[in-house]
Design a protein around this ligand. Sequence first.
Ligand code: MN
Length: 733
Amino acid sequence: MFAERIDFSHEANLTIDELVKRAEVLLPDTDMMILRKCYDFAEKMHAGVKRSSGEPYIIHPLNVAATLIKLKMDIDSIMAGLLHDTVEDCDVAPEDIAKMFGQSVAQIVVGCTKISKIKFKTKEESQAENFRKMVVAMAQDLRVIIVKLSDRMHNMRTLQYMTKEKQQSKAQETLDIYVPLASRLGINSVKADLEDLCLRYIHPDIYYRLAEKIAMKKRERETYIEETLNLVEEKMLEYSVTGEVTGRPKHFFSIYKKMQQRGVDFEQIQDLLAFRILVNNITECYKVLGIIHSAFTPVPGRFKDYIAIPKVNNYQSLHTTVIGPKAERIEIQIRTFEMHEVAERGVAAHWKYKERNKAEPGGKLKWVEELMEFNQSVTSSSEFMDVVKNDLDVGGVFIFTPTGDVKELRYGATPLDFAYAVHTEVGNKTVGAKVNGKMVPLKYRLKSGDTVEILTSKTQTPSKDWLKICKTSRAISKIRQYLMKIERDEHKELGEDILEKALKKFDTSIKSVEKKNEFKALLEKHHYKTLEELFVNIGSNHLPIKDVLVAIPSVNFTETDELDFKEDDKELESFYKKTQKTARKSTSNDNAVIVDGLDDIMVKMGRCCNPIPGDPITGLITRGRGITIHTINCERILEIEKSRHVYVEWNKHYTFSHPVNIKVTTHDKPGILSKISKSINNAGINIRSAIARSMPDQKGNFIFEIEVKDYSELLKTISSIEQMEEVISVSRA
Ligand code: MN
């Protein structure tokens, strides 16, 4: 008897009828109309498209679905297998798939699409490691990885139709990424098959030599296997143990690996055969081990007990190597049928287990919980969970650039962090960000798999508020650096200005004092190296101006001299009063958001965070007052229990305006306020109020409450204000 391995060969004549037949055996309680519906849809979408083999495209999704049935996956996965290329290749909207086939299927398809968009660089090994972590982090649903593995399996099976370069790069990618993933998830059947396929394309010379050698003594070997099988079965019967015994040549890749590890040639590899004994329970496993060790001579140091200590991917088995009847080494694996199921299908075996226990509702699978449950169902090893946790503690989130490059950022990172990760100049000029095509606030928390596009403006500069938004040390230090430089420049300018004005009162100037070399003593006294340093210290109030004047011999300074150089700010005040009178138009918020499942409920915008369309939002049920809307980052909502949260979304047809505060910092020049307000009004934006403050450092600080329709209108307004040369920074307050 030869081992039934799961056969993943390409099936050129596979039809939907045959697929449905197999699915019915696996899932007898499922109505297969839905599977036919998937097929009809995918077939229509891929109609007219051919694979490199010349076959109609639909044969690919059919084979992928068949693989998922072989792995005993659930109906959602099999459906996703049929549909997995429709989003990427046929521009089908995920929403449409969700409508037709359910949210869960759509999510798996979207997950697969995202993973295939990743650009992978083979050269760097660490990149491969990152990729693996990323796939794990991105696939909140483990089924995404299993569908992806099935997809890759079929592509590898039909790789002969590709160009040589494509074959090489696909095989390398498979070996770097998909094989370790399959291994990590314990899906050994897929892992072993992929490995052999990779070997065939990466080292064809070795592969075909192995194939030839193994084929050479085929007849002889088969007889040998059969004799050994009979012998083992006889011995087992003697001790009245029943089970299934199989024997086969080992996978090429495992022979190849052994050759490499031991640095030997094929001729020196002796144990080419592997026998497997499946029994009913663990007691029988050890009993059979005893039988084998008494019938054949065990090779010392080759016994491994993965039943007592399972591998991290849950693999359990007894391994031993013995000297066979013809003095050849043979490797024997002994395990229970249940352990075998886990060894072949790994995590995938779990979905079969799940079918048996239909208690769980459908919907999103938290894969950690799933794994934990799976783990408990087969073993008590806590080691497994530790490793899974480590997998999840991947440095942070993985973010795509619009061109498909990947950046790893720490958890909680924002688009601004991402911008600084791309380039300091990009960070410094950031005005807005789009995540997955939608405008988001700069403080938005990025999730693995997000595609981020940064919008920049030539006139943008970092502000202090950005330090609160950023979570990565790179961004924070770059912003600090910038702010320190700016501050120094400002202090220098201000100090020079103050000094020039002061000297003017004594009918002299910086230039003429310098000519007389009268700064020298002052610089030496304070250990300043340059005049610039003197200006900075005056501007930053570290050195009182009178101390400077006293130290200059040609200036006849007395304590009674008037030293108030501050400009008056009457203009600011008048503007302030004017804007206060601006009509406080009240906008109706009734239709701004749609509350899940509820019509006619009172909705108010949170005053703490003032959400505007485009912000990610959530609703809070308030006692007796309906629902208030907050941005998902609002600190207020963190304090409130989850049960009071309600799902809300922006009403796309809503065109009323929302109040939002913006903070503008300017150089304090005459007329700046009316200039800004004119610019806002010209853009068709209403100003509800404005608060103006003149700062001691000759900066103007204004808070405008304006009304905008949505986030992009806000951004437009902000960027039009910062076009003005007097403006230092503009931000949402
Ligand atoms: Mn595909």
